[in-house]
Design a protein around this ligand. Structure first.
Ligand code: AMP
Length: 249
């Protein structure tokens, strides 16, 4: 069983992002970039399925600039067997990525695609769902437990009221939630080994996909600064402030 894991290169979650002065986007020059945290969880899950003898191959795929090779190598250091970079200088929106992944699925024929539930840069939460729709495959989003057996995926997922478990026929798309697992740290020997694993580079045109952006970002702005909170002495003062200052009751 082959598992395909899409991994996105994003601004590291520890970085405090700054909006560009001209309001066209977020400044990513000289900023630390890392694998999207939900994708690390996806790689970890795929590697665990391989270690359990359920999967036979884990393929990490990243779509974006040449530097995404680092993200693929990071996935290989966790345990992915090989990688594919779909190289593009154009900004790739979720539908474009989903189309690229669909073309790769047609070629690679994985049994499962494990995506992150969302990328922490644009917070779109769309790619996995769009991919499942394009493939005509079932999908289970926000997975907190995944079991694969006898051509069926059993996925526990996080919903507003708690947890639900779905069963679906393979092939399928699964997207990871935070509590699915805790990704391992890549050891130095595994980082070194990852450098030697195969990594193919293709272009969107090789896959017959037009990645021209469909959405235009009109403006990116900082959220308004929040003023500092105040500590009230008692409930009476709180009610007074809510009534007379905030005017919300
Ligand atoms: P999004 O829909 O942008 O929030 O992304 C959801 C998931 O789709 C991510 O966690 C990745 O698994 C995958 N994905 C999105 N964009 C890319 C990309 N450029 N390259 C590889 N995977 C991606």
């Amino acid at each position: 069983m082959k598992i395909l894991v899409p991994v996105k290169r994003v601004v590291d979650y520890n970085v405090k992002v700054r909006v560009k002065a001209d309001g066209t986007g977020v400044d990513i020059a000289n900023v630390k970039m890392s694998m999207n945290p939900f994708d690390e969880i996806a790689v970890e899950e795929a590697v665990r399925l391989k270690e359990a003898g359920i999967a036979t191959e884990v393929v990490a795929v990243s779509c974006g600039v040449a530097a995404c090779q680092e993200t693929i190598r990071a996935a290989m250091a966790i345990g992915a067997d090989r990688g594919i970079l779909v190289e593009s200088e154009i900004e790739l929106q979720p539908l474009a990525v989903a189309k690229l992944l669909k073309a790769l699925c047609d070629k690679e024929q994985p049994t499962v695609v494990i995506c992150g539930k969302q990328a922490i840069d644009d917070d779109s939460n769309q790619t996995g769902q769009m991919l499942a729709a394009l493939l005509g495959w079932p999908q289970a989003t926000f997975a907190s437990k995944v079991q694969l057996a006898d051509g069926v995926a059993s996925v526990m997922r996080e919903i507003d009221g708690g947890l639900e478990t779905l069963e679906m026929k393979l092939p399928a798309v699964v997207t990871t939630d935070l509590r699915l697992n805790e990704p391992r740290y890549a050891t130095l020997p595994n980082i070194m080994k990852a450098k030697k694993k195969p990594l193919d580079i293709v272009k969107p045109a090789d896959l017959g996909v037009d990645v021209t952006p469909r959405l235009a970002t009109l403006k990116v702005a900082e959220p308004p600064k929040r003023s500092a909170g105040v500590r009230v002495a008692d409930v009476a003062q709180l009610v007074d402030k809510l009534k007379n200052e905030a005017k919300v009751i």
